[in-house]
Design a protein. Structure first.
Length: 215
């Protein structure tokens, strides 16, 4: 197998994941606001809300509006999560709660870097392969990568909210390739989603590698 010119990696579920689960984080921060709800209930409600939401991409939106749109997108998910869990009426100030929750996920605190990640990144860096992150994440990814001491490994970061297209759409992969002036056949893409990472990368001519994590 020929070495690639560029390896793209997905972010959440590939490079890092939520330490104790999304429900646990939501539950812990909600408790600071006097809201008591089981983490397992929130976890289930969150993933249902997340799966039912529109892709996190805002085609045609001006660049200076993207951060606000990201915030509103996640606010809707959080509100729907607590509503589905039957706990939304416990909040006296949901807005302040959500600001704290949103800010928390921009730090290193809720995240864990998978143990195989750093050795792999160090190896690829050592042998001269360029690395890029290609993710359906929002602008907080820049802060998270820095906070987790991963930013130094990547020469490009391509996120759905800035491109206006989310994986599995071809446009986000094409944008990543353009940043490296790299033809599809000279790139790999590694991710934990069979459909959005593996199949979608293969569909544009990039070698897709499915990383099936147990989380």
């Amino acid at each position: 197998m020929a070495e690639p010119k560029v390896i793209f990696l997905d972010a959440v579920g590939t490079l890092f994941g939520v330490k104790d689960g999304v429900g646990e984080v939501y539950s812990a921060i909600a408790r600071n606001f006097g809201v008591e709800v089981q983490a397992s209930v929130l976890d289930e409600a969150f993933y249902k809300s997340f799966e039912q939401s529109s892709p996190m991409a805002f085609p045609g939106v001006e660049l200076e509006q993207i951060v606000a749109r990201e915030f509103e997108w996640w606010r809707a998910i959080a509100h729907q999560t607590f509503q589905a869990a039957g706990a939304i009426d416990q909040f006296s100030d949901f807005e302040t709660f959500f600001i704290q929750l949103y800010t928390h996920f921009a730090t290193a605190l809720p995240w864990k870097v998978y143990p195989d990640v750093r050795p792999a990144l160090e190896h690829w860096h050592k042998v001269g392969i360029k690395l890029g992150v290609l993710s359906n994440f929002d602008s907080r990814l820049y802060l998270v990568l820095k906070a987790l001491d991963l930013a130094e490994f990547f020469t490009s970061i391509t996120i759905s909210t800035e491109v206006g297209a989310a994986k599995p759409e071809p446009a986000i992969f094409i944008k990543g390739l353009e940043k490296h002036e790299c033809p599809p056949e000279a790139a790999w893409h590694i991710g934990d989603s069979f459909h959005a990472d593996y199949q979608a990368a293969n569909a544009v001519g990039i070698r897709g590698i499915w990383l099936k994590r147990s989380h």
